[in-house]
Design a protein around this ligand. Structure first.
Ligand code: GDP
Ligand code: IMO
Ligand code: MG
Length: 422
């Protein structure tokens, strides 16, 4: 019987909620930090001591030298991007090889997966997903089709396996008439990345995690993307290709449901989305531009403008339900400092139909809003709950009441220190 527990920190909207910051903040409480889904489509920002890091595949617990960080079986990994990310950390003075363990079951993103990602997007034309172009969809497709390559494959007879899968991809690309690309250079760096990966612990991480749990150690599962980008529960087909919700913690790490403790659901005081797909709260006006500008809502991976809108309680309540969120974490309240009033979406409307349940097809739904007073006070230097302005406390209480879930952590600036625990 496991003595330790696995707590999960999950983005519960469309990603970029601030997971990196909170995982980094939480790490001292845990022995192990583990990523269970996604890959370099993620961009997790961590800021401390005036330094900024953006992590893609490496867990955000890596800055605490005493902790083990695991890239779990549910993840996909691009050796070249992983090498670049790891080298940047090594240059900054962090030693990784003893503390970063990678599941042998995690799947490899090949250069041709990235070309396929572009080709599929091009073929979709106007209905494209707006992917990060990192080959995520094609890699998870190959995993499901049982033809993918796993990290463990690099240790034996790899060249032949690689060439076989690459040939298969090239044939698909030829059939799609998508031939105007050259991966020669990319492939060289990618292969260098494969060699580089061999210096890390490439292990059966599910045994490692369960051994830690049996010894009474605690694990923090770091989510990637957000619940509405989940392959099953998100706004399909405008989703990513992995299980980003709490069920994904179990399948993506090899831990049993009864080892899960807290499920922290992280969201921003407003909403954002990158890429295409329905977004009923989207603001196309000056207010949206203001939120984007003040919130610095530009993609950490692709630099794309993030679409901005008001908080969406329909989405939040749905995500709390499917994940079993026990504690909410609210980020970026400071971005709304200047607004006289703040809107909150409480329902969706299509013609005469009004719903508070996330619909099967979120296309064509309009947001129904309630309006609450703004706080008109700068939040970012506040470090205690007592010092928060009353109107902000009222906003918190309003969300807690609507969702029937406590907001346990409040973040008021990107910095590690600007985190209030209640
Ligand atoms: P993640 O993908 O969920 O880790 O989030 P990202 O790193 O992609 O995006 C979150 C952005 O918000 C980053 O630029 C963070 O530095 C920043 N951030 C995090 N918390 C706060 C906060 O409370 N206030 C402000 N203004 N920015 C924050
Ligand atoms: P983090 O972990 C925000 C979005 C893409 C696109 C869709 C599919 O930083 O929160 P993919 O490349 O995964 O096939 O793209 O999902 N997307 C994200 N949006 N944050 C992310 O990660 C995302 N990862 C993927 O923009 O709409
Ligand atoms: Mg991000």
């Amino acid at each position: 019987m496991a003595k330790g527990t696995v707590d999960a920190l999950l983005g519960i909207v469309f990603g970029d909620e601030g997971k990196g910051k909170v995982v980094d903040f939480f790490t001292p409480r845990y022995d192990v930090v583990a990523r269970f889904a996604g890959g370099p489509n993620a961009g997790h920002t961590i800021i401390f001591d005036g330094k900024k890091f953006v992590l893609r595949s490496i867990p955000s617990g890596i800055f605490d030298e005493g902790k083990i960080n695991i890239i779990g079986n549910g993840c996909v990994i691009a050796p070249d991007l992983f090498m670049a990310e790891a080298r940047e950390l090594e240059t900054a003075g962090y030693t990784l090889t003893d503390r970063l363990h990678i599941s042998r079951r995690a799947h490899l993103i090949l250069p041709t997966h990235r070309v396929l990602d572009r080709a599929y997007e091009a073929a979709k034309g106007k209905s494209k997903v707006g992917t990060t172009g990192k080959g995520i969809g094609p890699t998870y497709s190959d995993k499901a089709a049982r033809i993918g390559l796993r990290v463990g494959d690099i240790l034996e007879n790899f060249e032949a396996k690689y060439e076989a899968l690459k040939a298969r991809h090239l044939q698909i690309l030829k059939d799609l008439n998508y031939t105007d690309f050259d991966i020669t250079e990319e492939e060289k760096v990618w292969k260098e990345g494969v060699e580089y990966m061999k210096r890390f612990h490439l292990t059966n991480t599910e045994f490692e995690i369960n051994r830690c749990l049996a010894e009474g150690k605690n694990v923090l599962a770091e989510g990637a993307q957000g619940s509405l980008l989940d392959i099953d529960h998100g706004t399909y087909p405008f989703v990513s290709s992995s299980s980003t919700t709490s069920g994904g913690v179990c399948t993506g790490l090899g831990v049993a449901p009864n080892t899960i403790g807290h499920i922290f659901g992280i969201f921003k005081a407003y909403s954002t989305r990158v890429g295409s797909g329905p977004f009923p709260v989207e603001l196309f006006d000056e207010t949206g531009d203001t939120i984007r500008h003040i919130g610095n809502e530009y993609g950490a991976v692709t630099g794309r403008n993030r679409r901005c809108g008001w908080l969406d309680l329909v989405a939040l309540k749905y995500a709390i339900m499917i994940n079993g969120v026990t504690d909410l974490v609210m980020m970026k309240g400071d971005v709304l400092d200047g607004f006289d009033t703040i809107k909150v979406c409480t329902a969706y409307k299509k013609g005469d139909e009004v719903t508070t349940e996330m619909p099967y097809d979120t296309e064509g739904w309009e947001a129904v809003y309630e309006e609450v007073p703004g706080w008109k006070t700068p939040l970012s230097d506040i470090r205690s709950e007592e010092a928060l302005p009353q109107a902000f406390k009222d906003y918190i209480a309003y969300i807690e009441k609507a969702t029937a879930t406590p907001i346990k952590i409040i973040s008021v600036s990107p910095d590690r220190e600007a985190t209030i625990i209640r």
